[in-house]
Design a binder for this molecule. Sequence first.
Ligand code: 5GP
Ligand code: MG
Ligand code: MG
Length: 179
Amino acid sequence: MNNDIERVLYSQDDIKAACKRLAAEIATDYAGKKPLFIGVLKGVIFFMTDLMRELDMLTDMDFIDVSSYHGGTASTGEITLVHDVGTDIRGRDVILVEDILDSGRTLAYLQDRLMDRQPSSLKVCALLDKPEGRVVEAKADYVGFNVPNEFLVGYGLDYDEYYRNLPYVGVLKPDVYAK
Ligand code: 5GP
Ligand code: MG
Ligand code: MG
């Protein structure tokens, strides 16, 4: 699996440092509150668990699953809700956690859906942000790294459901797509 990677963008240590930095920002901003973390499956799982374990505060978690990719490396633009949260978010301070922001469609869709339920506040934390990919307006309040417009895998990010378990974020070798 490691042989399929052209270069590593962010090592395990880089990611850990980013989680610590983001957790410190969140701890300051949410002092005295009990934020609810909602992770967007499946890409977010490693980031969400590492981020939350850096926080010395009362928090709870839930997950939501949407699909926008149907294999390949290009988004179809069409988003469907695969699994909704079970938590009542009305009056809650919600932090939506994403692996990566690209076109912004997923985030815009989720923000609309979640705001309808009247949370007390809704902020967004993304490990990675690809500003060049933006098609609709979408912005994260907390960002780990701004990344170039390349297709990335690892630390939750998949290519055709594989490579999620790489402990770092990297770029795939082009010949992997050609297979
Ligand atoms: P958006 O709706 O912002 O275009 O895309 C968000 C979702 O697309 C991400 O949560 C992720 O699942 C997928 N995505 C966007 N860019 C990449 C990338 O570089 N690599 C991988 N593996 N998935 C990506
Ligand atoms: Mg995602
Ligand atoms: Mg994917």
